[in-house]
Design a protein around this ligand. Structure first.
Ligand SMILES: Nc1nc2c(ncn2[C@@H]2O[C@H](COP(=O)(O)OP(=O)(O)O)[C@@H](O)[C@H]2O)c(=O)[nH]1
Ligand SMILES: Nc1ncnc2c1ncn2[C@@H]1O[C@H](COP(=O)(O)OP(=O)(O)O)[C@@H](O)[C@H]1O
Length: 205
């Protein structure tokens, strides 16, 4: 059985990663979402274990020490990381998994999983990005300013990604990502590596 696809979705704060991801999961319910651990305080309505695993700094350090995270990064004063076990088990079971993570973490994942599919979600403009972060109403103006300056730096790392998808309309952005996933499932190298393992197994038998 072919392993699932590891899809990494990054993009600046407020571009719409969360919105696009949940829309994608509605459209494609076989797509598994990786719930990250974070030291950030929960926003109103966020649920532990659903949006994030909310951890203290000590608990987070302990996860790092136990090598329980596939990657982790510090972002605007908080730690974020991807629980390793869940990702590995999901891929081994043949399911696709999507990680919604920032760029430093994405680049670390790329070192470990170069066969992953790396998608950068791009805002239609920086003005629209600021408008979306402000409109969400979850951060104060200092945090918004920090996130905007991080956003500009993050955008320069698009070159390390396989695809850049503009989030102009939620539906169109989802459609483009779904097309990418479909195309990636048809890559010949996935079939070649599967054929090779079948050949190896039959030679051993
Ligand atoms: N490296 C890494 N980044 C993450 C992880 N989980 C979330 N992030 C990123 O951390 C950044 C801040 O997330 P958050 O505080 O939820 O703000 P929001 O994405 O703007 O709603 C975003 O770019 C997330 O994609 C993770 O497990 N690892
Ligand atoms: N294509 C879009 N057009 C207009 N507003 C959008 C679009 N995508 C997301 N938004 C809005 O932008 C804000 C930030 O989206 P969110 O998904 O929280 O971003 P992120 O997870 O990247 O920080 C939310 O208020 C969301 O409703």
């Amino acid at each position: 059985m072919n392993k699932g696809l590891l899809i990494v979705l990054s993009g600046p704060s407020g571009v719409g990663k969360g919105t696009v991801c949940s829309e994608l999961r509605n459209k494609q319910n076989d797509l598994v979402y990786s719930v990250s651990a974070t030291t950030r305080v929960p926003r109103q309505g966020e649920i532990d274990g659903v949006n994030y695993f909310f951890k203290s700094r000590e608990q987070f350090q302990d996860m790092i020490a136990r090598d329980a995270l596939l990657e982790h990064a510090e972002y605007v004063g908080n730690y974020y990381g991807t629980p390793r076990d869940f990702v590995e088990r999901t891929l081994a079971s043949g399911k696709d998994i999507i990680l919604e993570i920032e760029v430093q973490g994405a680049l670390k994942v790329k070192e470990k999983f170069p066969q992953g599919v790396f998608v950068f979600l791009v805002p239609p403009s920086l003005d629209e990005l600021k408008h979306r972060i402000t409109g969400r109403g979850t951060e104060n103006s200092d945090v918004i300013d920090s996130r905007m300056s991080v956003a500009v730096q993050e955008m320069s790392l698009i070159r390390y990604y396989d695809y850049a998808v503009v989030n102009d309309q939620i539906d169109s952005a989802c459609h483009r990502i779904q097309s990418i996933i479909t195309a990636e499932h048809c890559r010949k190298d996935r079939f070649i590596s599967e054929l090779e393992s079948v050949k190896e197994a039959s030679e051993k038998a």
